[in-house]
Ligand binder design. Structure first.
Ligand SMILES: *Cc1c(COP(=O)(O)O)cnc(C)c1O
Length: 404
């Protein structure tokens, strides 16, 4: 069992007061808080080894390069990629998806099809729409049911020899649904299509095994797994990364440059143009080490308890409706209270120190599907407690009285 009080002591921000009240941080779906080891590792990098990487012969440059590549290795192990060069550092999930979508511009022809799910984050919709505009490809949507589950029989029907790539999140940020990605990956491959998994909401809760999953691409952001902002990972199978053209041109990604012709560097450098977020890359390794020390079994156990307890307590509030009632769910509860705008609840409970997200959660099509303007989303992390849920429930009851 997780000693939550001990864990909480690792996160200095959690003992802060906000608006004069003890902070209750339930906006982990937007970004996670950072443990002291991560905060310290950022300072340590700048205090001790700051230098540009992969270039200098001098000692600091080599130390920084080694630390950066060691971190890549940690991420490789963490997701069980076959090779370190299949693990690209990006600025985050959004960057990773855009990189792949951009690469597919050289592969798609008019009439080819891209399948996205009905529960994607905007960053896994818009890059594909832009790709369709560029290539004449067609975007098709895998529908969901009222529980917020993708309908697999419809997915099977949508797949055809026209499908070139399928893109779906592992876990929905707005509903918490855990999608049946293993099934979806196998089916995509049977149809001859590639598949990208947006793992941004999954990696805070579980350790993906990309070889076992057999996905072609898997993307996530560091800031949702206790790491800094501005760093993320794009995993791609070697064959795909060799096939796709570079995304950005610049330093670091070339073998040889003349005005007549430039040749590109080997993986992973081909996709890592310019000076990267060196500190971020190194510290992402520290963040992953931290999460593994806490242990994903412990994390899941704690979060499941929070999900069950939170669901039960919230449903005691009259007129409260939860959106996202899939059988397979993670610790995200999206809800509304009849007759009250989510924003008003969010504003009042913020005054009581409680941080939740309100709005469309960068997933407007989901809100349209449920015919609502948005929801209140409480997303729990392993450092949250059932006592904090009690505080939130009391605050919502108060807000409800004030607003009705
Ligand atoms: C947060 C999130 C993204 C976008 O991540 P960025 O870090 O903003 O690039 C994409 N997809 C899902 C499911 C997310 O939760």
């Amino acid at each position: 069992m997780l000693d939550v009080n001990k864990i909480r002591a690792d996160f200095p921000i959690l003992s802060q007061k906000v608006n004069g009240k003890a902070l209750v941080y339930f906006d982990n779906g937007a970004t996670s808080q950072k443990p002291q080891v991560v905060i310290d590792a950022i300072s340590k990098y700048y205090q001790e080894i700051n230098a540009n990487i992969h270039r200098g012969v001098h000692t600091l440059s080599q130390l920084a390069t080694d630390a950066y590549e060691i971190s890549r290795g940690k991420l490789q192990n963490h997701i069980n990629a076959k090779f370190p060069h299949e693990v690209l550092f990006t600025s985050g999930t959004t960057h990773g998806i855009n990189l792949v979508a951009n690469g597919f511009a050289s592969i798609l022809k008019p009439g080819d099809e891209i399948l996205v799910s009905a529960m994607e984050h905007h960053s896994n919709i818009v890059p594909w729409q832009m790709l369709c505009e560029k290539t004449g490809a067609i975007l098709r949507v895998i529908p969901m049911n009222l529980d917020g589950e993708l309908i697999m029989s419809e997915y099977d029907k949508l797949l055809s020899e026209k499908t070139k790539i399928v893109t779906v999140n592992h876990i929905s940020n707005a509903l918490g649904t855990v999608n049946p990605i293993k099934y979806m990956i196998d089916k995509a491959h049977e149809a001859g299509a590639a598949i990208l998994i947006d793992g941004a909401q999954a990696v805070p809760h579980l350790k993906p095994d990309v070889q076992e999953l057999n996905c072609d691409f898997y993307v996530f952001s560091g800031h949702k797994i206790c790491g800094p902002t501005g760093i993320g990972i794009l995993y791609g199978k070697e064959a795909w990364l060799n096939k796709l053209p570079p995304y950005q041109g610049g330093g670091e990604m070339i073998k040889e440059v003349t005005f007549e012709k430039t040749t590109y560097a080997e993986l992973p450098h081909k996709f890592e143009a310019g000076t990267p977020n060196i500190a971020g890359g190194i510290v992402l390794g520290t963040a992953v080490d931290y999460m593994n020390e806490v242990g994903f079994d412990n994390i899941q156990q704690q979060e499941l308890e929070l999900l069950e307890y939170g669901t039960k307590r919230l449903l005691e509030i009259e007129g409260l409706k939860i959106f996202g009632t899939a059988a397979a769910k993670t610790s995200v509860i999206s809800f509304n209270i009849e007759g009250i705008h989510p924003y008003d609840i969010g504003t009042i409970i913020d005054k009581l120190g409680i941080a939740v997200r309100t709005g469309h959660h960068c997933a407007q099509p989901i809100m349209d599907f449920f015919k609502i303007p948005g929801t209140i989303r409480a997303s729990f992390a392993f450092y949250n407690t059932t006592e904090e849920i009690d505080v939130m429930v009391e605050a919502i009851k108060k807000a409800k009285v004030m607003l009705s």
